[in-house]
Design a protein around this ligand. Structure first.
Ligand code: TYD
Ligand code: MG
Length: 471
C-alpha cells in the first residue's frame, strides 16, 4: 500500500509524536503505545488557531479588557427544559458536545427529541447515523414525535469525509453524530472506534463546528463501568461532556454534565423513559419520596443540592446479625468508605455494637447523590433499624458527620428548607450553628413564606441528633 503522507505516530502514554512507527515509544520507552494520527493541518478560517497573526507576521499579545467578546451569541433552545438547564441555558452556537452513556439508555432518543424541536424553531438539522438505517430512525421518530417537519434531515453514513462534505453543502443549524465509535476517516488505517479514529473524527467535527458555527452533538457509548474507552481521548477537546445514566429496568434517567465550558457542571436533568420517548420530571423530590412509609424503621429523608435546586431523597438502612465470618457492609448510591466511617462513629459516639451486624444502605430511586449532606440521615437510618425505632415521615436530616461525631454545616440549607416546607415536612434536624443562624434570619423576617411551618432542630453532634429524631 502506498505510504500516506500526512500521517504521524503518537504515543498514547506520553503524547510524543514521531514520523516513523516503532514498537517502542522513542520518548517514554513504553511498548505498543504508538498509534497513527493524521497530522494537523492549519486551516486559515479555523477560529481555534491560537495565534491571530497573519502568515509571515509576528504574533502579539492583547489586553484582555480590550478583547471583544461576543456576548450576544444566542443559545439554541432545545425545547427540553431539563436538557437546556444541564447545558447552562441551551446550546451555544458552534459548540461541540459529547453525550455519553451505556447502549440502550436513551441517548439517541433524547437527541432526536431535541433535534425535532430545533428543526421546528430554527430550520434544517442533520442527523448522521452510523448505527441505524434511515428506516429505523423513522420508526423512532414516529414513536416520539409524529409531527416531524421537513427540516429534519438524516444521513446514514460512517465516512467522516462524506459527512463533512454533506454538512458543508447543507449548512444545518444543528448536527448530530450518532455515534463517534462508528465514524472513520479514510486517512487513517485503523478500525472505527479505535483511539486514533475517534481522535481524528473528534478533531474534524471540532473544525466543522467552529468554522461553520454549527453546534454539534456527538453520541459516545461507554462501558458498564463508566469508561469512556475511545471517547476519553476527545474529552479535552469538546466543550461539554454530558453523561446519561439510569438503570435499564427502571424508567428514571439522569443527565449530568462532567465538563461544561459555558455553565456549571453541577446541574442534573431528570427524565422518564416512556411509550413516547423521554418525558421531563419536573418534581424529582416528589418522585423519590412517593412510596415512602410513615413509621418505618431505618428510613430517613435527607437532601442534597444539585446545581440550582434542592433534591430530597429517602435513605434506607437495614442491619441484621451476620452469620460466620466478616460482617457485610453494602451501600447503594452512597460511598462505601463513608459508610464505614459513619459505622465507626456510631460505635464510638452512640454506643452501637455493629461488629457482628451486616449493614445495608440504599438511596431510594437509583440516584447517587454527591456531597456529604446525607451523612446524618444515613447514621440515623442505621440507628433506627438497629434499635428498632420508627422514623417519622415528616422529618428531614441534614449534616456532614466528622470523626468526633460532631456535625458540620451544609451548603444551601436555606433553600433546602424552603423545598422541605413545600413538600410538607414539619421538622428539620441540622447542625446547631446553622439552625441558630437560620433561626435568626427567620426571626428577623429574612426568611418568609411556607418554611415558617417547619421547626428547625439544631443539634451539636450525633448523640443529640439521635435524641432529636426519636421525639
Ligand atoms: P435509544 O435512544 O436507542 O438508546 P441509545 O441510543 O442510548 O442506545 O433507546 C433505547 C431504549 O429505549 C430501547 O430499549 C427502547 C426504549 N425506548 C422506549 O422505551 N420508549 C421510546 O419511546 C423509545 C424511542 C425508546
Ligand atoms: Mg443509539
Amino acid at each position: 500500500m502506498a505510504k500516506k503522507k500526512n500521517i504521524v505516530y503518537m504515543c498514547t502514554e506520553c503524547g510524543g509524536e514521531s514520523a516513523k512507527w516503532s514498537g517502542q515509544c522513542p520518548f517514554c520507552g513504553e511498548w505498543n503505545t504508538m498509534v497513527e494520527m493524521k497530522a494537523q493541518e492549519i486551516d486559515e478560517s479555523d477560529k481555534r488557531r491560537r495565534s491571530a497573526a497573519e502568515p509571515g507576521k509576528r504574533a502579539s499579545a492583547n489586553r484582555l479588557r480590550q478583547v471583544e467578546a461576543d456576548t450576544h451569541q444566542d443559545r439554541l433552545d432545545t425545547g427540553i427544559g431539563e436538557l437546556n438547564r444541564v447545558l447552562g441555558g441551551g446550546i451555544v452556537p458552534g459548540s461541540l458536545t459529547l453525550i455519553s452513556g451505556e447502549p440502550g439508555i436513551g441517548k439517541s432518543t433524547i437527541i432526536m427529541q431535541a433535534a425535532v424541536n430545533i428543526a421546528k424553531k430554527y430550520g434544517k438539522i442533520l442527523y448522521v447515523s452510523g448505527e441505524e438505517s434511515e428506516e429505523q430512525l423513522k420508526l423512532r421518530a414516529d414513536r416520539i414525535c409524529p409531527d416531524l417537519n421537513d427540516d429534519f434531515y438524516t444521513l446514514a453514513e460512517t465516512n467522516i469525509e462524506n459527512v463533512a462534505a454533506v454538512t458543508e453543502e447543507m449548512e444545518p443549524k444543528f448536527l448530530i453524530i450518532d455515534s463517534i465509535q462508528t465514524m472513520y476517516s479514510q486517512a487513517i488505517d485503523s478500525a472505527p472506534g479505535s483511539v486514533s479514529q475517534v481522535r481524528e473524527c473528534g478533531n474534524e467535527f471540532m473544525r466543522i463546528g467552529k468554522v461553520r458555527n454549527i453546534p454539534i452533538f456527538i453520541v459516545a457509548h461507554v462501558t458498564k463501568s463508566g469508561e469512556l474507552a475511545g471517547p476519553k481521548t476527545v474529552e479535552h477537546l469538546v466543550d461539554c461532556v454530558l453523561n446519561f445514566v439510569g438503570e435499564r429496568n427502571q424508567d428514571l434517567r439522569i443527565l449530568r454534565s462532567f465538563k461544561n465550558r459555558f455553565g456549571t457542571t453541577s446541574e442534573i436533568g431528570a427524565f422518564e423513559m416512556g411509550e413516547h420517548g423521554l418525558a421531563e420530571i419536573k418534581d424529582l423530590s416528589k418522585r423519590f419520596l412517593e412510596d415512602m412509609e410513615d413509621g418505618a424503621q431505618g428510613s430517613m429523608v435527607t437532601a442534597v443540592y444539585e446545581g440550582t435546586r434542592p433534591l430530597l431523597l429517602e435513605v434506607q438502612a437495614l442491619s441484621a446479625p451476620s452469620g460466620v465470618g466478616f460482617a457485610r457492609r453494602t451501600a447503594i448510591g452512597f460511598d462505601n468508605q463513608r459508610l464505614n466511617m459513619i459505622l465507626a462513629v456510631l460505635e464510638r459516639q452512640a454506643g452501637l455494637s455493629l461488629q457482628e451486624q451486616d449493614v445495608y444502605v440504599n438511596v431510594v430511586g437509583g440516584f447517587r447523590p454527591d456531597g456529604t449532606s446525607t451523612d446524618l440521615a444515613v447514621a440515623l437510618a442505621i440507628h433506627s433499624t438497629y434499635r428498632g425505632i420508627s422514623c417519622r415521615k415528616d422529618t428531614l436530616a441534614l449534616g456532614e458527620i466528622g470523626l468526633t461525631g460532631d456535625l458540620r454545616r451544609i451548603q444551601y440549607a436555606e433553600r433546602i428548607i424552603k423545598e422541605a416546607a413545600r413538600m410538607g415536612f414539619r421538622r428539620v434536624i441540622l447542625p446547631k450553628s446553622q439552625a441558630r443562624r437560620l433561626g435568626d434570619l427567620k426571626a428577623a423576617g429574612a426568611i418568609s413564606g411556607t418554611e415558617s411551618g417547619v421547626s428547625l432542630l439544631g443539634v451539636k453532634n450525633i448523640s443529640e441528633a439521635i435524641a432529636a429524631y426519636q421525639k
